[in-house]
Write a protein that binds this ligand. Structure first.
Ligand code: BES
Ligand code: MG
Ligand code: ZN
Length: 465
């Protein structure tokens, strides 16, 4: 989609011109009073389509209610724009112009709303989905529009990778994509190097698959960084459960178990264009969890990079094993903060559904800052407890810990497990996106499938330090 900033969108010959009205203000645009009926009050979510019958260069007008002007924020604009765009698509519109009369800087959320709603994963369909190809804006902050375009591209990359089948998005493929990112320095570690580093937990998970593991370390640097951050994404390119194999219905969406990794790739792609004064390390321990003669087995004892031993209680609790080694590695980089993002537990999905991601960490103020940036970016988080009881359930008779506890409180248990691999000097947060990364039915501006969960949060967190 091409974004064009013009002098006056009302002069543009386009298929649809989107205008707005607030409930608490006189007609926001003279076009509203001219074309919209009285029943159109401007209530948030209200949408009205009008044929201009040759009275305007635009063929149609879509009037969108935005509620009270004082209450509008990025989220209201983005969601309503996305809704309007879906309507435009149903009208088979190709070119769309947005003329919002408000003092709010709406360029960012408008661009994001359009691009999120305009996204379709139709690479493998012979008949392609309808898309808007031109977007016209005027009187907007050019820089905000540009920045939103970069975030949109990051979201698109993340969503594409999570939507791709596991036979396409393999560990090697993720490594190849990481190496292709402009302005990012990337190192890839193969099995031998991973072994040398002592990442026994990660390697155990990878062992059952014919796909080779790839440990990916990307780096965005700048002169005199204000801070150093590591972001880690769970990169299970397929999670069959391993020998503790999943039932067919639960395995069906497990190509998305690398959504954390997809998020990190999207964020790293955006960073070199946004140029924050922060050093950022993007880390992915990519592999598959498969049952085979070479698989790791329940009862095995594995040793992570920090020397701690883990009894494998369940081979389906594999993500935390790969993250354990990735966390050890990240903590050795001399960073101030570490954030991991993972489709980690079904328990988190049971607790929060698809509305919010779980968040935990070793520093409440740090966790709160991420939640705030996430909310501003349109992503919700709910903090889950990190209590000792969850850790006690993972005590093992034969090793330092087991990789699972009881069936209950699974998201917090996983968080407590990860904490064992984080050094005390770094601030650490863990985002569980099991429920939010992949939708089985559409939700708000997102259609079903991958959402690119975490991309907007992490970008906003990093660039607004
Ligand atoms: N990848 C899954 C978690 C998951 C479940 C993500 C549903 C997205 C949707 C993870 O590896 C897993 O299998 N977790 C187990 C842990 C259990 C064995 C302690 C789970 O949640 O059932
Ligand atoms: Mg699993
Ligand atoms: Zn998994």
């Amino acid at each position: 989609m091409e974004i064009k900033i013009v002098d006056n969108v009302c002069d543009v010959k386009c298929d649809v011109l989107i205008i707005n009205k607030f409930v608490d203000k006189e007609t926001s645009s003279e076009l509203v009073s001219k074309f919209a009926p009285e029943s159109f009050t401007g209530k948030s979510g209200q949408i009205f389509s009008i044929n201009t019958r040759g009275e305007l260069p635009a063929k149609n007008i879509l009037a969108v209610g935005l509620g009270c002007e004082e209450d509008i924020d990025n989220n209201v604009i983005r969601e309503n724009v996305a809704k309007a765009v879906k309507k435009c698509a149903s009208m088979k519109a190709k070119s769309v112009a947005i003329d919002f009369r408000t003092h709010f800087n709406y360029a960012g959320p408008a661009v994001l709303g359009v691009s999120i709603a305009n996204y379709h994963f139709d690479k493998y369909k012979t008949k392609k989905e309808h898309r808007i190809s031109e977007l016209y804006l005027s009187d907007v902050d050019n820089n905000l529009a540009k920045r939103a375009e970069i975030v949109s591209e990051a979201l698109k990359l993340a969503r594409n990778l999570s939507n791709e089948p596991a036979s396409f998005a393999t560990p090697s493929k993720l490594a190849e994509i990481a190496q292709g990112l402009e302005g990012i320095k990337t190192e890839i570690f193969d099995k031998e190097k991973i072994e040398q580093l002592g990442m026994g937990a990660y390697l155990a998970v990878a062992r059952g698959s014919v796909e080779a593991p790839k440990f990916i370390h990307m780096q965005y640097t700048c002169p005199n960084p204000k801070k150093k951050i590591a972001i880690i994404g769970k990169g299970l390119c397929f999670d069959s459960g391993g020998l503790d194999i999943k039932p067919a219905s639960s395995m069906l969406t497990m190509k998305d178990d690398m959504s954390g990794a997809a998020c990190i790739l999207g964020v790293m792609k955006a960073l070199s264009k946004l140029n924050p004064e922060i050093e950022v390390h993007g880390i992915i321990a990519a592999c598959e969890n498969m049952p085979s003669g070479s698989s790791y087995k329940p009862g095995d004892i594995v040793t992570a990079m920090n020397g701690k031993t883990i009894e494998v209680d369940n081979t389906d609790a594999e993500g935390r094993l790969t993250l354990a080694d990735a966390l050890c590695y990240a903590c050795k980089l001399g960073v101030d903060e570490v954030i991991d993002i993972a489709t980690l537990t079904g328990a988190c999905m049971v607790a929060l559904g698809t509305a919010a991601s779980g968040i935990m960490g070793n520093d409440d103020e740090f966790v709160q800052r991420i939640i705030e940036k996430g909310n501003e970016a349109g992503e919700k988080y709910w903090q889950l407890p990190m209590w000792q009881e969850y850790r006690d359930n993972m005590d093992s008779d034969v090793a330092d810990m087991k990789n699972t506890g009881t069936r209950y409180g699974g998201a917090s248990a996983a968080g407590m497990f990860l904490k064992e691999f984080v050094t005390d000097e770094v601030k650490w947060a863990h985002l569980d996106i099991a429920g939010t990364a992949f939708l089985e039915k559409g939700q708000k501006e997102f259609s079903k499938g991958a959402t690119g969960a975490g991309v907007r949060t992490l970008i906003k967190y990093i660039i607004e330090q």
